[in-house]
Ligand binder design. Structure first.
Ligand SMILES: *[C@@H]1O[C@H](CO)[C@@H](O)[C@H](O)[C@H]1NC(C)=O
Ligand SMILES: *[C@@H]1O[C@H](CO)[C@@H](O)[C@H](O)[C@H]1NC(C)=O
Ligand SMILES: *[C@@H]1O[C@H](CO)[C@@H](O)[C@H](O)[C@H]1NC(C)=O
Ligand SMILES: *[C@@H]1O[C@H](CO)[C@@H](O)[C@H](O)[C@H]1NC(C)=O
Length: 505
């Protein structure tokens, strides 16, 4: 659920996901079916679910719901099958119904076996559903991912899917009088908020974790939070990192250094920089190592099968402070190699042209069909969220806004003007920070770069924020652990008390 890369496509060497920055080597993600950053390495495994209660259907069994292709055209009767999961183990007749919203990647049935929402479900006697987002995972409404097909990919269509699923399941299972609660983390957290906002008659309350509420083309604040999160570990960490990335940019201007760079960063073939897109792509990929680690620092993604969860801000800042490795540039290269080892990446592929080729492959078997092509399309047609280096108060160099905007044109033929208009329309549709509704709790973590677009203060008494100092993206959604920060445990309890209050008969 959260925005991040949970699945990574090893062929492409990047994962794709939502709110993930576009970067690089990546880890996996957390959150139900989204993953956080965009490109990266990592891999995605699903857990085999056991059964919660004897005699009941396994909570990891795949189920299929007949869904409309286009909810906004009554004359179009085309249909497709949307994947979902159910866990009936905790349900007590008369109890609420919890609906976990899938995000920008395959939905992982591990969430039907554990996760804080199930702890709440057990105590409240809730029936639990997880609905995969259209165009991700096995929920494929169209035969391919051409622009003609992607027209049916939008948050508005996804919300209408949720509305239809909720109405049809309520009718089929006699749950029309039950109170439905939407859950989601990262982009699905935004969807949980908007589901309650747009369909208040269908959803009683929502838990919208790490939810960006405000769409924006340029999102330089993301890297500003990365600076602060690294500095909270060691004050000099982002300073050394900034020196390293500046040194690398300087070397990129001299082709005589390319043999060394190729060796230092373990590239698959000799570095070639033919234009600004090539250098931006390379620099963003390397910065992605830090972006991913900060976004998911010390969380409990491991329960989902995520790898690399022992790579933390502390570990990377330790490498950046280790003078025995050489100058800051050499330490930066050491971090890149450490990440590649952790994700079993043999070498790094660079070159914007090959990335463009992967991103424009419109087949469901294509290298970016795991979610990259779809999510970047959503950023170009709805959200922006481009994690640029346009602020002076951040550690990296070389991937400014125009690099991101150019991708919308290169991959989907969308101009900068169209992008800006689309993002403005998203805020008009949902309200941005001015969202008005009730019974939506908005938890967020101080380390998480996405908190910069979420609510960190109560929007109204009926839209409470829960700010968790020291935690990363979607931390409150993962199963509790003994080493969790006390404020994280308190946040989980606080959210439970709100649910209890909102669900009181
Ligand atoms: C490449 O690295 C070697 C060994 O560190 C160094 O001696 C050499 O000067 C470097 N070459 C360039 C062009 O920077
Ligand atoms: C992380 O854990 C893996 C497997 O448990 C181990 O092989 C690896 O060395 C660890 N990496 C670090 C940096 O601690
Ligand atoms: C790209 O978009 C422009 C303007 O909307 C349109 O005229 C053109 O035909 C499109 N090109 C392709 C290849 O789709
Ligand atoms: C998170 O919650 C805190 C405290 O309620 C609030 O100050 C902050 O703005 C919130 N941030 C986001 C992104 O929701």
């Amino acid at each position: 659920m959260c925005v991040c890369c949970s699945h990574v496509d090893m062929a492409l060497q990047r994962c794709v996901s939502l709110l993930c920055p576009a970067a690089l080597l990546l880890l996996l993600s957390g959150c139900v079916g989204g993953h956080g950053r965009f490109k990266g390495f990592g891999n995605f495994r699903t857990l085999n679910g056991g059964e919660h209660a004897a005699g009941k259907r396994s909570a990891s069994e795949e189920l299929w719901f007949t869904q409309k292709l286009d909810h906004f055209n009554g004359a179009d009767g085309r249909e497709w099958k949307q994947r979902y999961f159910v866990n009936e183990a905790f349900y007590r007749p008369g109890g609420p119904v919890f609906l976990m919203i899938g995000g920008e990647g395959p939905s992982n049935p591990a969430w039907m076996q554990s996760g804080t929402w199930l702890t709440y479900a057990e105590q409240l006697g809730a029936l639990c559903f997880l609905l995969e987002h259209r165009f991700y995972g096995k929920s494929r409404p169209t035969a391919d991912l051409t622009l003609g097909s992607l027209r049916f990919l939008s948050s508005q269509q996804a919300l209408a899917d949720l509305a239809h699923f909720r109405s049809a399941l309520a009718a089929a299972r006699g749950l029309a009088a039950s109170r439905w609660v939407a859950f989601g983390g990262s982009y699905p957290g935004s969807l949980a908020t908007w589901f309650r906002v747009k369909y208040p008659h269908l959803v009683h309350a929502a838990v919208a974790t790490s939810a960006p509420l405000y769409a924006t083309v340029n999102f330089p604040e993301y890297l500003e939070v990365v600076w602060r999160s690294l500095a909270s570990e060691r004050a000099d960490c982002p300073v050394v990192l900034q020196e390293a990335s500046r040194a690398l940019v300087e070397r990129l201007s001299d082709p005589k250094t390319y043999d060394n760079i190729t060796k230092d960063f373990n590239l698959c073939s000799k570095l070639q920089i033919e234009n600004k897109m090539d250098s931006a792509y390379f620099l963003e990929m390397l910065a992605g190592n830090f972006m991913d680690v900060v976004q998911y620092n010390e969380d409990n993604r491991g329960f989902e099968g995520a790898v690399g969860t022992n790579i933390t801000i502390k570990l990377l800042c330790g490498v950046m402070a280790d003078a025995s490795l050489g100058d800051p540039y050499a330490r930066y290269a050491a971090v890149a190699r450490l990440m590649m080892d952790a994700f079993s990446i043999k070498c790094l592929n660079t070159g914007y042209e090959s990335y463009r080729r992967d991103m424009t492959d419109a087949s469901w078997d294509g290298p970016a069909a795991g979610g990259g092509r779809q999510w970047v399309y959503q950023t170009c047609t709805e959200f922006g969220f481009f994690q640029s280096t346009d602020s002076p108060n951040q550690p990296f160099s070389g991937f400014p806004l125009p690099y991101h905007v150019q991708q919308c044109a290169d991959f989907y033929n969308i101009s900068g003007a169209r992008l800006a208009a689309a993002v403005a329309q998203t805020n008009e549709q949902y309200g941005g920070y001015g969202v008005r509704s009730s019974r939506i709790v908005l938890p967020n973590g101080s380390i998480d770069p996405w908190h910069a677009l979420g609510a960190t203060q109560d929007i109204t008494p009926e839209l409470p924020a829960v700010f968790i100092k020291g935690t990363a993206h979607c931390a409150n959604m993962y199963p509790a652990r003994s080493e969790d920060l006390p404020q994280l445990a308190l946040a989980r309890d606080h959210i439970f008390l709100l649910l209890q209050k909102w669900l009181k008969p």
